[in-house]
Design a protein around this ligand. Sequence first.
Ligand SMILES: NC(=O)C1=CN([C@@H]2O[C@H](COP(=O)(O)OP(=O)(O)OC[C@H]3O[C@@H](n4cnc5c(N)ncnc54)[C@H](OP(=O)(O)O)[C@@H]3O)[C@@H](O)[C@H]2O)C=CC1
Ligand SMILES: CC(C)(CO)C(=O)C(=O)O
Length: 309
Amino acid sequence: MQKKQFKTSMTPSRIHIIGKGAIGLLLSYYLANKSNNLVTLCQRKKREEFTFSYQKLNLIEKINLTFDNVHEDKISFLIIPTKSYDVVTAFLSIKARLTDNAVIILCHNGMGTIEKIEPLLSQKQSLFFLTTTMGAFKKNNNLLIHTGSGPSSLGAINQSAIKHKISVFKFLANSIPHMSLSENIQQLLWRKLMINIAINPLSAIFNVKNGALNQPQFALKIFQLLYEAYLVANKEGVKLSFPEILNSAYTVMAATDQNYSSMNRDLNLGNKTEISAISGYIVNLAKQHNIEAPHNKDVYSILSAQYKK
Ligand SMILES: NC(=O)C1=CN([C@@H]2O[C@H](COP(=O)(O)OP(=O)(O)OC[C@H]3O[C@@H](n4cnc5c(N)ncnc54)[C@H](OP(=O)(O)O)[C@@H]3O)[C@@H](O)[C@H]2O)C=CC1
Ligand SMILES: CC(C)(CO)C(=O)C(=O)O
């Protein structure tokens, strides 16, 4: 059933979403089908239109999208749910069309994009980050399968976003399930990073589902990967509790036990992985802080050697 549109001071007349990927289509489904918002998809190839469907168990629905074929209208509310390595290019492809007070929401795994995007914004443009633990994949070009439900969290990055965070949060929470507003964006990003540090590289290297990492033969490696990342986080001034991050890695493993991680899927499909924004991010910061991080270095080298394009 569609909800009535919920108005706040930041309610956009149209939402632009970059890319026809799994998370882009999932967010489109919630924002368009559940709350009657006008959602426009921006694709790499001009003048391409598809019909996209959403499937969850026996429910199949057409996603109510429009397509960004004119490339002229202004963009006031933009979501960028691309892979981490595509974020900057995707943003630059659209930057000139952003309104002076546009809302820009990054949504991806891994780190390293905020510091590149934030300086490119004007004072009144608001930058947010949305993390999600929902799971989805595209069975084919036109069909999105929603595989997992879970919390999503919004964090404000810059001053303008801090000013508008309540309105933007209320607007999104009206459509997207299990949304929360994070008051500590650094903690939010690092906590998600830790989960990906523990699960993604090992599930890809050993070609196993997330749940298999619960076995004792992976326990030491997971501990070592997380401990190195924890030391780095400390040096960065991010205060985390090591038992808590270890516990949440195992909780997510159990909650997603039948899933293959995104890195596992990317590796198997011959796609570029997000290893640079996950383990590579830790390796670089460890070097800057003179911290030894041999275990993250190891998985980073193995996985970066797998993709050579
Ligand atoms: N899928 C999931 O269950 C989850 C994913 N995530 C994270 O969310 C992010 C997105 O993941 P996911 O949706 O699975 O990834 P996908 O690879 O399915 O989608 C990314 C999309 O971005 C598009 N894209 C990239 N650059 C541009 C550009 N310049 N212009 C237009 N489109 C562009 C790609 O286009 P093209 O098709 O042309 O290549 C692709 O369709 C990742 O960081 C992932 O780790 C987080 C939680 C769960
Ligand atoms: C949480 C997890 C590990 C779920 O598979 C994920 O974010 C990913 O696969 O990239």
